[in-house]
Design a protein around this ligand. Sequence first.
Ligand code: HEC
Length: 107
Amino acid sequence: MIKLTFIVLGIVCCFSDGIAFAAVDAAKAKKFASKKMCLACHAIDKKLVGPSYKDVATKYKGDEQALSMLATKIIKGGSGSWGPIPMPPNPMTEKQAKFLVEWILSM
Ligand code: HEC
């Protein structure tokens, strides 16, 4: 019984940590984006402080550089792609940032 509890705990831990999936898990990505405050400035389909994620996906469709370029921009912040308002840095690992970019670009 104790062993079983550990197994269950192990599974729950893996899922709640969550960022290690190859395919984009939209529900998980959205939850992570909201935890990281992305959704305070971005909405899926309308412009807030920053561009809508659908607009971002359209802009970079077919752009092979976009994944790593956007991941770096999320981490370091920056401006000039959509207007004068800068995005502040959002500290996280590159893997986490790429996870978010994959989600955004899949819209
Ligand atoms: C304080 C507001 C704010 C927050 C918080 C924020 N952003 Fe942004 N974001 C912006 C603005 C403003 C821009 C437009 C920057 C520009 O014109 O280059 C932007 C641009 C972007 C872009 C497009 C960049 C480009 O060069 O085309 C992506 C992708 C993005 N944000 C993702 C995220 C993610 C993911 C998070 C959460 C980790 C996040 N943003 C948090 C304001 C924000």
